[in-house]
Design a protein around this ligand. Structure first.
Ligand code: HEC
Length: 105
């Protein structure tokens, strides 16, 4: 019997070594899903700003996976600045332009 760490030991005794392969398959699948779901921000003017300003509290996936009208983005941006996002007004305007143009509904 191969030496196995911690909680897996009981499972291995019960199911045999196959459980290791199943567990590895499970994690491989998780990683694949994470990669497939990772959303990239579209290229465009203002992308770097969004990466800089909007990634402070959460991943930019959250932004990249959202589609909204300009009006709705305006509300979201205001909400995020209310939560503590900071930049100059000019940068904020550019972020709104980027979102409205490249992540439009
Ligand atoms: C000060 C922290 C902070 C910053 C900076 C920030 N956000 Fe958020 N954002 C949050 C929190 C907190 C949530 C809600 C938590 C969650 O759903 O994971 C959120 C959620 C969101 C969501 C999901 C929908 C929603 O309204 O809840 C979007 C879209 C979003 N943020 C966009 C942005 C954009 C665009 C920027 C840059 C202008 C930004 N965020 C910057 C804190 C922040």
């Amino acid at each position: 019997m191969r030496k196995v760490d911690g909680g897996l030991r009981a499972a291995v005794l019960f199911f045999g070594d196959r459980i290791i392969i199943e567990v590895m398959r499970y994690f491989a699948l998780l990683v694949l899903c994470a990669v497939a779901n990772a959303q990239e921000l579209p290229q465009g003017k203002g992308k770097e700003l969004v990466e800089k300003i909007c990634s402070v509290c959460h991943a930019t996936d959250l932004v990249a996976s959202t589609r909204a009208t300009r009006k709705v983005w305006e509300g979201t941006v205001e909400e995020m600045y209310g939560r503590g996002a900071t930049s100059t007004e000019a940068e904020k305007a550019q972020i709104l332009d980027y979102l409205s143009k490249y992540l439009a509904k």
